[in-house]
Each structure stands twice: as C-alpha cells, then as structure tokens.
Design a protein around this ligand. Structure first.
Ligand SMILES: [Ca+2]
Length: 455
C-alpha cells in the first residue's frame, strides 16, 4: 500500500510513523507537515526526517506547509505545546539527519505522490490544511487519491479542546479539526473516499500502565524510542493526567489504515460546522452533509490493539534500523539483552552498589531495580515472570523458581510466599507501600546508570 503521511509531527504522529514504517505491507512515499498543527512546520519536518533516518529512509521527501489556515477560521494549538513539540526528539535516542530532503512546497509533493502512485492512500493525523489546499489548487488531481484516513473529529462523544485549553468555550470539537475547520469542510466535500477516525474510536484505547511498563523493558530501538517519547510526556504532565488523558489517537488511525479489520465502522452523514469546528451527525437529507465512513470503535480488545502495535514495532527487522542499536541504550536496558553469563558478570560488578530501603535494610541496587521493574510489569504475567526470574537469577545464578513458586507468583501472592528470599520480600514490601509503586527505589540506580559512561 502506497501511503503519503500528512501529520503535525507530535509524539502521537511519531508513534504512528514508526508503526507505518514498521509495517511490511506499507510503502511510505512522502511526508507533509501541517504548518497549523502541534509542531511548527520547519521544526516538525526536521523531526520527521530524523525518524526517517532511523528507519533507513534517508531520502524521504518531506515538505512542511502553510502557517495560515484555509479561511482564517480555527485556533492554533497552545504556544507552550507547539514549542515543546518542536523539541520532540531533543535528548532522545533518535539519529540526527545531516542532509534531510525537506522543502516548503507541500502541494508540489502531494501532487508528485498522487501522479506517481496509482492507488495512493493519504493518512492525515494533523489539521487538514495541506490536503484542503491541494484539493482546492488541483481539483483534477484530487479524485485520483484512493482514500484519506483522517484522525479527527468527535461525532457522538464530547470534544477534547478543554484538555489543553481550559478557557475555551467548546465541548464539541477535536483539536485537529479545531485548528483548521474550513480545511476539514473542504476535504469532507471533496468526494475523495474518507475513513474518519474520531475520538469516538480513539477513546477506546487509553494508554495503560501495563503498556508503558512493557515498553520500558525493551531494548529494540523503535520500542525504546516509543518509551522515551511516552515517558517525556508522562514526566511533563504527571502520571495522573497521563494515564487519564492520553489515548492512542494518531497511532490507532495508522493501525486502522494498515489493518482496517481492527476498526468498527459505520457510514454516517456528517456536516462540518465550521464555526464550532464540530463534525456534526445530521440527517442524510441535510444540505451540505457528506456520507462518510466513520470508525466508531475497535473490533478487538484494547489489550489486543497494544499487542498488535507491539508486535509490528518489534518484528520490524533491526538491520533496517540505522545507528540506534542496543549499544547506545542505557545500561539498565542493555542489561536485559545480554546472555546469562554476562548478566551474572554485570550483577557481580554492580553488587557492591547498595541501596537502603525505607524499612532500613540494604540490598543491591540492581536487584531492587529489577524487582521494581517486575512489580511494575506484573499486570502482564509473562513479562512479570521474565523480570522476576531474572531478579532471582541475579541473586543466585543457581536459583531456579519452582513451578509452585511460579504459580503462587502468578496469583500475586508475592509477599506471603516463604520461598521468596527475605531481601526480595523487603524490596516488594517497600515498593507496595502506599499507593501504587514507589519508584523512588529505582531512581538512585537509574541516575547512576544514565550518568555512567557508555561503552
Ligand atoms: Ca497529530
């Protein structure tokens, strides 16, 4: 499937890109950045170029668009968000791209992609400014577009404007549409087949603690970068808001694009209310209404969506990923990749680093760290067992967990199990103290790990 990505280069767009670039059946032919979206056009284009570099797509044509909306209507994303989105990949493990193929002519790039590819799908995960201006400028070319998958709108659910701008007097709009509602109006009325992925669908896939915990354990470059992206947002907004407000928006749209069977959908007559930036469900006879395919939900469980996302990102051939390898991962991540012998060595090397738990006992930092990771991941049986077995192995390489212990652990009878060594119990007790996890146990180790020189 030939795909042109039109996005606004935010965290979610980065994840969607990484998913699409990892899909064997997807061929990305160009990327355009909305100048009216979360990132400013030029900065967003540079960040997308860096992600392309990571996937060996060094020559990917990228063009950033106009800072003006289609009719002057629409409100920009908050300044603080745009500034921080411009710096999306700062300090993260994504390669630099010294010579990116970036232009400021998005319409020319879209035209070229439409002309060169008979069946071109566009996936739009930002404001629709570029696409609308293309449709207006080249109406004869627009009908050649095979389909546009759009993350945007809120049909039967409330909008999400107030999540970022509490002072806004709008409960019905979604941000991509709100930023340029006239553009959405033009695209809706263009006659090009549309698959709209509104909040109605994305509300089903709230980012979970389990997903983040699993990501945190990965050394695969793509998954590791996904974790860094998610973590940077989590650190910025705090855990409470993160786990309440962050959904797979653009990523879900990308997944629907590649695997349409994951979506539940219906054709609905929609009218674009430009003033309220609302994708309003109307009677089919209403003047100006367009019958649009709307994703209303997911055909599998949220857990399965995360599994599928994980799988696609994970199975992407590592040799196609340039520059970022396990060697550039922080020590605590690399640890999971090493052979048993190396693990043992590492633990011995680290075993002199002790940490004092809240209850006063001293344990090796590395053991505390791994056990905390295991606890963090305990929502997932396999991942938890992996971490826990590793922790046990670290404590004593001869140690093997009995079936009975494993069974008990699976039932989460962690603390009362007599077979668990005292030091491990201590760590668990400290970690369980109060609400949720006490990641403070990990943080001294994490600090020392990230401060240590890379090999
Ligand atoms: Ca976006």
């Amino acid at each position: 499937m030939k795909i042109l990505i039109d996005n606004d280069a935010a965290l979610d767009d980065a994840m969607a890109f990484m998913y699409l670039a990892s899909c064997p059946e997807i061929d990305i032919v160009g990327i355009t950045i909305a100048g009216t979206g979360e990132a400013h056009g030029p900065a967003g284009a540079k960040n997308m170029a860096r992600l392309c570099k990571m996937f060996g797509l060094d020559d990917m044509p990228i063009a950033y668009g106009f800072p003006e909306t289609c009719s002057g209507a629409g409100k920009p994303f908050p300044d603080w968000l745009r500034t921080s989105t411009d710096k999306l990949l700062d300090k993260l493990d994504a390669p630099e791209h010294p010579d990116p193929n970036i232009s400021d002519a998005p319409l020319a790039l879209i035209k070229e992609c439409v002309e060169d590819n008979e069946e071109l799908t566009i996936i739009a995960t930002g404001p629709l400014t570029n696409i609308a201006k293309f449709i207006q400028t080249y109406p004869d070319q627009a009908h050649k577009i095979s389909k546009i998958v759009i993350m945007g709108g809120a049909v039967k659910v409330p909008g999400n404007i107030k999540a970022l701008d509490a002072s806004a007097n709008n409960d019905v709009a979604e941000w991509n549409i709100y930023a340029d509602p006239s553009a959405a109006d033009i695209v809706f009325k263009s006659g090009v087949p549309i698959m709209l992925v509104p909040l109605d669908a994305t509300n089903h896939v709230l980012v979970t603690r389990e997903f983040i915990a699993r990501l945190s354990l990965q050394t695969h470059p793509t998954l590791h970068l996904c974790y860094q992206l998610m973590k940077s947002l989590k650190d910025e907004v705090g855990d409470d808001m993160f786990f309440k407000e962050v959904y797979l928006w653009d990523t879900l749209a990308a997944m629907f694009c590649a695997q349409p069977e994951l979506a539940m959908s219906n054709y609905m007559p929609l009218l674009m209310d430009v003033e309220k930036a609302q994708t309003r469900l109307v009677d089919q006879a209403t003047e100006g209404a367009t019958l649009i395919k709307v994703a209303t939900g997911i055909s599998v469980t949220p857990q399965e969506i995360f599994e599928k996302l994980f799988k696609v990102l994970y199975e992407h051939r590592q040799d196609q990923l340039s520059e970022i390898g396990p060697d550039s991962s922080p020590r605590h991540l690399r640890f999971y990749d090493q052979s048993a012998a190396k693990k043992e060595q590492q633990v011995q090397a680290d075993s002199s680093d002790m940490i004092k738990l809240k209850n006063g006992t001293e344990v090796p930092k590395i053991l505390a760290y791994i056990i905390c990771k295991a606890i963090e991941a305990m929502w997932n049986g396999d991942e938890f067992m992996h971490c826990y077995s590793l922790a046990m192995h670290c404590r004593d390489p001869k140690n093997k967990l009995s079936d009975n212990t494993q069974k008990k652990l699976r039932q989460k009878a962690l603390i009362v199990n007599d077979e668990i060594p005292e030091e491990v119990k201590n760590i668990m007790l400290c970690a369980f103290e109060g609400d949720g996890l006490d990641m403070a146990i990990c943080s001294p180790f994490l600090k020392s790990a990230s401060a240590s020189p890379k090999r």
